[in-house]
Design a binder for this molecule. Structure first.
Ligand code: NAD
Length: 514
């Protein structure tokens, strides 16, 4: 299969009555199941734990979505031993079979699409259309990495007269996947199935606040047919179980997505050789962003306003790809700010299970408090153009727009991960690019312009992994916009792209004199 011919799973069409009804039915069904307990999966068994914590609905924190059994370090060790024991057979399992399990997982997710969306809506407060898009992305990761592995499995022949040269990819061993809460299904699925299809035994340590969804993914992967010990679900505290797995001598690959702080910590920890360890660990770390959209004087302001609103406030600004800085050229600055404020005012804020909601809550009390602190800092260094009210039964924060923000101000430099945008005024396009590149990050970026020389210069000089011209900067699609950043936004090659699986393999050359 030619990877460029990859066709993604279609999203639900909520304009169709039948699909809307299915979504409502799924919501009712899931509501009946709230509050159940989810346990870790070790060596094919769901095991009891000493510690159990509640995972709550951020739109309504009195609602317990599920109870999560948290693994102890001793149990994490048992999981490692099980992974080690399962590796020799998994390594030898034909790629066709491994890829087949991924495709089965994709089919199961497609069948459970409406239900999985509801779990995302309720556990992490994502509006339903975006949750549905996330299910599509998870399905796409399974199907795309299945065909990618079949492509790699063909290897290469570099034969010459009298000598064959085979270039092949073998699994590395044991992979530890550490996932964030903001794409609780798609990112956890992508990293996990990539590690599995390449032949590694894989332990999934999800973020604490999204462990119910990870438990749903576990059900899917078990039903799809991953053998015991090959895939294990190991929920626990990041600083404890996560760190234990990262530091373990058996770990070969760590696939992490999350904050810069934790990513850098893992990178450093992984570099230290442990007693008995005879290999170097490979770390893939996808980290944060401080993403900017530049609006120049030739931009179509109608589309710029729509694109910025979507990019900044979709999922309350809690996407690593979200726009948190808008850099606007002087001639259109006042008009843009005014129209941006007006457009933002029309957003519906509320519980994410309501189909009309466009902006839901933020993930938890810590996030809410951290974002509020940033809003206070913003007030000290810039002008408030808009501060919207929000309900108080959940962890809601209304969108906030700051204008006249200094390019090196705190709110223009640090990742806030909430619905807070810094608008920065610049004199010319050269300054716009300097400001855009003036952070530690390089994840996504955007440009609204009808000036060909600006578009060309941005392609060349805008330091981001994913550049979007004249459109919103979120919502990368598997195999169409391979996703990931550089500088302090990450290390490793792009998720959903042709180089991704290579990171989970060990290439070998076998030469035979004939
Ligand atoms: P986080 O860094 O707080 O947590 C991520 C994961 O790391 C969790 O599973 C956590 O339990 C675990 N962890 C925490 N401390 C650990 C330690 N010492 N050792 C091992 N594991 C540990 O991030 P988060 O709040 O879940 O996610 C939000 C962040 O993720 C944002 O910064 C966002 O930009 C980033 N993100 C990046 C991408 C990308 O593709 N670049 C995608 C999504 C999110």
């Amino acid at each position: 299969e030619n990877p460029s011919s990859f066709v993604g799973a279609p999203d639900t069409d909520y304009a169709e009555e039948e699909q809307r009804n299915e979504a409502n039915l799924a919501l009712q069904n899931v509501r009946q199941q709230l509050g159940r307990t989810y346990l870790p999966l070790i060596n094919g068994e769901y095991v009891q734990t000493q510690q159990v914590v509640d995972s709550v609905n951020p739109s309504n924190f009195s609602e317990v979505v599920g109870k999560i059994g948290l693994l102890s370090v001793e149990q994490a060790e048992q999981a490692m031993q099980a992974a080690k024991a399962a590796f020799p057979a998994w390594r030898k399992t034909p790629v066709k079979e491994r890829a087949g399990i991924l495709r089965k997982a994709a089919d199961l997710m497609e069948q459970r699409r409406a239900e999985l969306s509801v779990w995302i809506v309720l556990e992490v407060g994502k509006p339903v259309r975006e949750a549905d898009g996330e299910v599509s992305e998870a399905i796409d990761f399974c199907r795309y990495y299945a065909s990618e592995m079949e492509r790699l499995d063909q290897g290469f022949n570099y034969d010459v007269a009298g000598e064959t040269n085979r270039y092949i990819y073998q699994p590395r061993g044991i992979a530890v996947v550490i996932s964030p809460w903001n794409f609780p299904l798609a990112i956890a699925t992508g990293m996990t199935v990539a590690a599995l299809v390449t032949g590694n035994c894989t332990l999934l340590k999800p973020a604490e606040t999204s462990s119910v969804i990870a438990a749903k993914l576990t059900e899917v992967l078990v039903d799809a047919g991953f053998p015991k010990g090959v895939f294990q679900y190991v929920p626990g505290k990041g600083s404890q179980v996560g760190a234990y797995l990262v530091n373990h001598a058996y770990t070969h690959v760590i696939a992490f997505t999350g904050s810069q702080e934790v990513g850098c910590r893992i990178y450093a920890d992984a570099a230290i050789l442990k007693p008995g360890q005879k290999h170097m660990k490979r770390v893939i770390a996808e980290m944060g962003g401080k993403n900017a959209i530049i609006v120049d004087e030739s931009a179509d302001l109608d589309s710029a306003v729509v694109g910025v609103v979507q990019s900044a406030f979709g999922y309350s600004g809690q996407k690593c790809s979200a726009c948190s800085r808008v850099i606007v050229l002087e001639p259109v600055y006042d008009t843009f700010v005014q129209r941006f404020v007006e457009a933002t005012k029309s957003l519906n804020i509320g519980e994410t299970e309501l189909p009309s909601t466009q902006v839901g809550p933020v993930i938890d009390a810590n996030a809410r408090d951290r974002i509020r602190e940033y809003i206070e800092k913003g007030k000290a260094e810039a002008k408030v153009a808009l501060e919207m009210p929000a309900p108080d039964n959940g962890y809601f924060i209304g969108p906030v727009i700051f204008k006249d923000v200094p390019a090196n101000g705190v709110i223009a430099q640090e990742e806030i991960f909430g619905p807070v945008v810094a608008v920065i005024k610049v004199k010319n396009f050269k300054e716009a690019l300097e400001v855009a590149n003036g952070t530690n990050y390089a994840l996504t970026g955007g440009l609204y312009s009808r000036t060909p020389s600006h578009i060309e210069k941005a392609q060349d000089e805008f330091e981001v992994g994913n550049l979007y011209i004249n459109r919103n900067i979120t919502g990368a699609i598997v195999a169409r916009q391979p996703f990931g950043g550089f500088k302090l936004s990450g290390v490793g090659s792009k998720a959903g792209g042709p180089d991704y699986l290579l990171q989970f393999t060990e290439p070998r050359t076998v030469t035979e004199n004939i």
